[in-house]
Design a protein around this ligand. Structure first.
Ligand code: GRF
Length: 192
């Protein structure tokens, strides 16, 4: 186990992608070690998921810092202290600063619920649905300074049918996310 690459997972919310990453690690399908889960919110359900899996957790809240650079520095301190080699954003709702990104160039991944470059940013599923798209999807990408603009690692299409409601579409997208993200992480860690 200890020879596996160490992942720091950053979360803000529900944690369903974290859960699927944990499941894939435990099943031996994702050969990685989750060394820390960091949340920017005390009440994130993702923290409960991490604790239930006996993972190291930490809360780093922006309001506890004078500015964004200090917040980013604390994140880096926590990641370094846990030995994190890769950073996986799983519903983490913050933009990482230049210095942070420079420390982990091409080592930070994110998952986004659209076929980027379409619908970057917030409410991506809703926007695709409201625009009556016939197809949307999921993208795993490296993180750069922009909002969901980094190099694409993997994408999968999700059709929007006439029967879909926003809720059914969200469900389909999340199901795809839970498969594509652990697979993409495994590929990046071991094939590249
Ligand atoms: C996912 O839809 C992901 O694509 C987006 O944020 C959501 C996180 O969901 N970046 P969860 O917290 O993993 O359940």
């Amino acid at each position: 186990m200890s020879q596996f690459p160490k992942l720091a997972v950053l979360v803000s919310g529900k944690g369903s992608n974290l859960q699927s990453i944990i499941d894939h690690v435990e099943a031996g399908k994702l050969k990685a070690q989750i060394c820390i889960v960091i949340s920017d919110k005390t009440d994130a359900n993702a923290l409960k998921i991490a604790q239930a899996a006996n993972l190291r957790t930490s809360v780093v809240k922006p309001q506890d810092f004078q500015n964004k650079d200090d917040f980013d520095r604390e994140l880096l301190t926590q990641i370094d202290s846990a030995g994190g080699q890769w950073i996986v954003l799983a519903g983490f709702m913050r933009i990482l600063g230049k210095d942070f990104l420079a420390r982990f160039t091409h080592k930070i991944m994110n998952i986004h619920p659209s076929l980027l470059p379409s619908y970057p940013g917030l409410k991506a599923i809703q926007k695709a649905f409201q625009n009556k798209e016939k197809v949307t999807g999921v993208t795993v990408h490296y993180v750069d300074e922009g909002v969901d603009t980094g190099q694409i690692i993997a994408q999968e299409k999700v059709p929007i049918t006439d029967q879909d409601t926003l809720e059914t579409l969200e469900k389909k997208i999340h199901q795809v996310e839970h498969q594509i993200y652990p697979k993409a992480i495994q590929k990046v860690l071991w094939d590249e």
